[in-house]
Ligand binder design. Structure first.
Ligand code: FES
Length: 161
């Protein structure tokens, strides 16, 4: 009989006692608790904040907005207006309580409490306390228009393409 067979015989001849089973279960319980603890700490430490869209973003080229365009970019919450060679980026977040205003040829209308704004975003009716802000619009070196919602500009200050 070889040594290997002897070793196997010795191992298999040891009885599995209740103490061994309990020790094994305790070890597995402690190990499982440690794994859950490490995982939950990792989840807790990892930042879960969402920072939303960047304040400066590209909206395509001027050719994407032919003269007469009045279009709302819902995700970015901004309306792009083009009159001839003039362009503007006007907020579509109502200055009353923050609903998204609808864009029409006559201006902007809020569906929540009935505020009305003219084509330049000035309040013409309803509870809105302020006009809709205008944002800086610029042309990037790659020829794309960029809106910077971090920079409000004087209403009526159009960007010329
Ligand atoms: Fe627009 Fe109230 S949120 S009128």
């Amino acid at each position: 009989m070889s040594e290997k067979d002897n070793a196997h015989e010795v191992e298999s001849s040891e009885p599995i006692t209740r103490r061994k089973v309990l020790a094994w279960l305790t070890s597995m319980g402690i190990l499982g608790s440690a794994i859950v603890s490490v995982f939950s700490n990792f989840v807790f430490i990892k930042p879960r904040a969402t920072y939303g869209l960047p304040t400066r973003f590209s909206i395509g080229t001027p050719n994407d907005y032919p003269p007469g365009t009045r279009i709302a970019l819902g995700k970015e919450r901004v309306a792009i207006i083009r009159e001839g060679e003039k362009m503007a980026a006007i907020s579509i977040t109502c200055t009353h309580l923050g609903c998204i205003v609808g864009v029409a040829d006559t201006g902007f209308a809020c569906p929540c409490h009935g505020s009305r704004f003219d084509q330049d975003g000035n309040v013409t009716g309803g509870p809105a306390p302020r006009p809709l802000p205008w944002y800086e619009l610029s042309l990037a070196p790659n020829g794309e228009l960029e809106v910077d919602k971090g920079k409000e500009i004087t209403p009526g200050k159009w960007f010329t393409v």
